[in-house]
Design a protein around this ligand. Structure first.
Ligand code: FAD
Length: 476
């Protein structure tokens, strides 16, 4: 009798899960499942407490889904990745596992862990099979003529769409219930030893079914206006699916298939006109980039002048940015939302990160780390990609001279100040015209408000950054 083990990691779903599907393909084989938490490693990788809670709750939900298929999900609490490998090997030996099935993860430490684990398993005559379950297209195959990753997003996107158009997408079918449950049928996942931080389960529901429902509602009610509304901060016009994608409760392929099912016929014209697909392909771009350059998480591999930038790294400014007390309402509202719910709109991620890097002149790596430590959807590839993009030091980033003006951004994307008022209640009584720049209002009406003065002069900081970045880039 063949025994197959599915090692779950950031693919906490039963639907469209290639590793699970292929492990179950032969009806006769016994299928076991395992999830190993690695708290110490997660903390080193700056997983936020909200993200850790989201993972744990989804592991419980996954175990229930697997039970319906007569598969038991075993759970083990490890600390580091190397200890988790030891446990995996012990588990395989104890349960006489013949084959291991898993979906790839592309982060530096994860790749290292997998190479090591597969080597040890091979030495123990256990075969392992890896699958690409967290991207639309297998990383490494969208390449330019020299076999390298495209540096320009537009070229990458074109090729990605071409490949998707010719690819058989709907290839993973339903998994049949196993004939009977194996051993430990009364096994229960032990409770988590660490305290779990609460997060808003209305916004971030637990389990595949609820997440699929959430996505369907978005596609039904909001997709039509996504192209025009997606930048609007106060409209809740985006899918908020990122947290679920980041731990694989849903996959990008499912997103695409549901989109096609509910909204489109799969033909090129609609795909290119739909900005939501464009965003999924940005995700794809950053995932593939990290696959090609796993060291991106700590180095600016694609920019040779970043090291010439003279950062100010003012601690007081950094702290004011973190807690949302910079005196720039849209920046503060964004940072306070990040701290409270662990998620912010893409436009706010751009405004707050641009402000840190290009107005406070604080090294983008500090911002990247802080975001990661707070985000419920923290994802190394996307977070790193976003920060390098805004800082003009990554692949196909904004030009160094593009600096977001937080006041103009605020007027454009939160015109009535609805979002600002929600997160910066100190400004509730100020009119929607003045709320974007309360300092100006204060100077005119001379009324006291319990809100900080701007910590920097925007125009001055802009000029200074332009000079510093120009010098760094052109070695002046
Ligand atoms: P939607 O607008 O509904 O888009 C659907 C999906 O497309 C998203 O869930 C996401 O997977 C992908 N997507 C959307 N925008 C982008 C983008 N700009 N780049 C890459 N993929 C995108 N996203 C994360 O998931 N985790 C992060 O840690 C993260 N850090 C970021 C840091 C910075 C500085 C910036 C500028 C962006 C970051 N993003 C990150 C990308 C983006 O802001 C979020 O994916 C998006 O806001 C999530 O909301 P949504 O699910 O409603 O997106």
């Amino acid at each position: 009798m063949t025994i197959n083990l599915v090692w779950f990691r950031s693919d906490l779903r039963v639907r469209y899960n290639p590793a699970l599907y292929f492990a179950c393909k032969n009806n006769e084989s016994i299928v076991l499942a395992l999830f190993i938490s690695s708290m110490k490693q997660w903390k080193l990788n700056l997983f936020s407490s909200k993200k850790i809670s989201l993972i744990y709750k989804n592991v419980i939900s996954l175990s229930k889904e697997l039970r319906k298929l007569n598969i038991i999900l075993y759970y083990y609490e490890s600390t580091t990745f190397s200890k988790s490998i030891n446990y995996l090997v012990r588990f395989c030996k104890k349960n006489k596992v013949n084959n291991l099935y898993y979906n790839y993860e592309y982060e530096f430490f994860h790749q290292k862990r997998d190479i090591m684990a597969m080597k040890i398993l091979k030495n123990n005559s256990i075969f392992s099979y890896g699958f690409h379950g967290s991207t639309l297209i297998q990383p490494g195959i969208i390449t330019n003529k020299t076999g390298n990753m495209y540096k320009k997003y537009s070229f990458f996107k074109k090729k990605c769409i071409q490949m998707l158009a010719t690819k058989q997408l709907n290839y993973i079918f339903k998994i049949k219930k196993r004939k009977k449950i194996v051993n430990h049928s009364n096994y229960k996942i032990p409770s988590f030893r660490f305290s779990l931080e609460k997060f808003n389960e209305q916004l971030f529901p637990i389990g595949e079914k609820k997440v699929i429902k959430k996505l369907k509602l978005f596609l039904k009610n909001k997709l039509n206006n996504y192209n025009s509304d997606h930048n609007s901060i106060s409209l809740n016009s985006t899918s908020m699916i990122s947290a679920h994608l980041s731990i694989g409760v849903i996959s990008p392929l499912q997103c695409l298939l549901l989109l096609f099912k509910y909204r489109f016929n799969v033909h090129k014209y609609s795909v290119e006109k739909c900005l939501w697909i464009n965003e999924l392909i940005w995700r794809e771009f950053f995932k593939h980039l990290l696959y090609f350059y796993p060291l991106l998480y700590k180095e600016t591999i694609l920019c040779n002048w970043e090291k010439n930038i003279t950062w100010k790294n003012n601690k007081k400014h950094f702290n004011a940015w973190k807690i949302g007390k910079t005196g720039f309402p849209i920046v503060d509202a964004g940072m306070r939302q990040l701290n409270q719910i662990g998620w912010i709109h893409n436009r706010l991620r751009m405004i707050t990160s641009s402000f840190l890097v290009k107005n406070l002149l604080i090294n983008w790596k500090k911002g990247e780390k802080y975001f990661m430590s707070q985000l419920i959807d923290g994802d190394v590839a996307l977070n790193n990609g976003g920060w390098q993009w805004i800082s003009s030091v990554g692949s196909d980033s904004v030009p160094y001279f593009r600096i977001f003006n937080p006041i103009l951004q605020s007027k454009k994307f939160d015109p009535k100040g609805v979002f600002i008022k929600k997160y910066v209640p100190e400004l509730k009584k100020i009119s929607s015209v003045s709320i974007h720049d309360p300092n100006l209002w204060h100077e005119k009406v001379k009324k006291e408000i319990n809100y900080p003065q701007p910590i920097i002069d925007f125009s001055h900081s802009r000029r200074e950054t332009l000079t510093i970045f120009r010098r760094a880039k052109y070695k002046l």
